[in-house]
Design a protein around this ligand. Structure first.
Ligand code: MN
Length: 217
């Protein structure tokens, strides 16, 4: 599967990285503060769902949550880069929903087990079309992200409220994992996470730029 850019560019979907508790008010609603060290998890490429697609909640979960997030798409391989260089390696920006099996995640947390199933199951990563980063020059812009479920506002926040900036996240991941063209980063969700159920319609926006519509089954 490919990321589709609004200018027609396509890049094959690679590893998808996720960041935990990157907005203070969300960290609080999850019961805790902003972590001292970044919390990172991974979704496999098969988790990707393009705009207009379907999120299928697996039978193993009885409580699945939405987390609307700014998604950063990497355009060039990089290793050990400084945050000041990060913009050179970003291909574009999108809005995504980090669909999370909250009951499975809570059990994993309490037992000290990995989050792979809760975060990485098939269809856990719906992502909109991608806005090319080139239109912002050397700037990494702030956006407003928003999520409606069945037409009702559930989450909305400016990405300026992120605890670790896009540049810091790109730099950190490049040091620990190395990043490749087609990798992407779910940069964390603001407060207001909540349940989604089969039949729900999700509508997310990178305000003024791009939208994402997804059905839940
Ligand atoms: Mn998330």
């Amino acid at each position: 599967m490919d990321f589709e850019f609004t200018d027609g560019t396509r890049i094959e979907v690679g590893t998808m990285y996720g960041v935990g508790k990157n907005y203070a008010k969300h960290a609080k609603e999850m019961g805790g503060g902003v972590p001292t060290d970044p919390i990172i998890f991974i979704k496999p490429p098969a988790a990707y769902v393009p705009d207009g697609g379907i999120v299928k909640i697996p039978e193993i979960s009885k409580m699945t949550h939405h987390e609307v997030e700014l998604v950063v798409i990497i355009g060039k391989d990089c290793e050990k880069i400084k945050k000041e260089q990060a913009h050179e390696f970003i291909a574009g920006y999108a809005v995504g929903v980090d669909v999370t099996l909250r009951d499975i995640q809570n059990k994993a947390k309490s037992e000290g087990n990995p989050w792979a199933i809760a975060k990485g199951f098939a269809t856990s990563a719906p992502i909109s079309k991608v806005i090319p980063a080139s239109q912002f020059g050397n700037m990494i812009p702030y956006f407003k992200i928003e999520l409606l479920v069945n037409g009702e506002a559930r989450q909305g926040a400016p990405t300026s409220e992120m605890e670790r900036s896009v540049a810091e996240l790109v730099s950190f991941l490049s040091v620990v994992f190395g990043l490749r063209r087609g990798d992407c980063i779910f940069t964390g969700t603001p407060e207001g996470v909540g349940e989604i159920k089969p039949g729900d319609k999700l509508h997310a926006e990178l305000k003024g730029y791009v939208t994402l519509d997804i059905k839940v089954e």
